[in-house]
Design a protein around this ligand. Structure first.
Ligand code: GRF
Length: 218
């Protein structure tokens, strides 16, 4: 099967992007990272992608003022130019419009540092601690216009320890992210994920026998 061509959209350091690049180095992996786009010229992930030999492009949102459609047209033009099949948002800090997302329905993934639908939005580690939650984690989901709300592909969990700080949680959750994002992209690229009534089925079932794959258990 032809490997799917993937674009990763970033705004920052790009450690999830790096995890996807690493996974895709394996020729057996069903996707190749064909392009990295950043909306910020100074994103730390850009030199990382460049030194891995991956095409990088900058679409600086500040150049488009408040006009989201113009920014999205520029992104879309690049996705078409590079013949992209799937898009992975990885720390990409721009909200995308419903018009744009329609073109990428079930072909755009995002990683969120919490167990959705709990703790949508920013500062998840801080809010998890404030809520005295016992379990925390990360979620890979398909992107829909409502933020952090699309069908859940994979989740991975960690226990919150009594003396955890935000930073400590961030480190452990990030490890989970780096494990489940390549796994989720693999499943999607292999065409093994289908959405039924808002729920992702993997190989036709909510949780396949191999629970390691479906829930990202360690
Ligand atoms: C990650 O925690 C991701 O879940 C969130 O933003 C952070 C990006 O980190 N959406 P990185 O740029 O991938 O290192």
């Amino acid at each position: 099967m032809r490997r799917k061509r993937v674009a990763v959209l970033i705004s920052g350091r790009g450690s999830n992007m790096a995890a996807l690049i690493e996974a895709a180095k394996n020729k057996e992996y069903p996707a190749e990272i064909a392009l990295v786009i950043s909306n910020r010229p100074d994103a730390g992930g850009l030199p990382v992608a460049h030194s891995a030999g991956i095409a990088t492009e900058i679409v600086d949102h500040t150049k488009f003022g408040k006009e989201r459609a113009g920014f999205e047209r520029a992104v879309q033009a690049l996705l078409e130019k590079y013949r992209i099949d799937l898009v992975c948002l990885a720390g990409f800090m721009r909200q995308l419009t419903a018009d744009f997302l329609e073109k990428w329905q079930l072909r755009m993934l995002n990683i969120h540092p919490a167990l959705l639908p709990a703790f949508k939005g920013l500062d998840t580690h801080k809010r998890v601690l404030e809520a005295r939650a016992k379990i925390h984690g990360a979620t890979v989901h398909f992107v829909v216009p409502e933020i952090d709300s699309g069908p859940i592909i994979i989740q991975g969990a960690i226990a919150v320890r009594p003396n955890d700080s935000q930073e400590m949680l961030a480190i452990r959750v990030l490890k989970v992210e780096h494990r489940i994002y390549p796994l989720a992209l693999k499943l999607v690229a292999e065409g093994r994920v289908r959405v039924e009534n808002g729920r992702c089925l993997i190989d036709g079932v909510p949780v396949p026998d191999d629970t390691k794959e479906s829930v990202g258990e360690q």
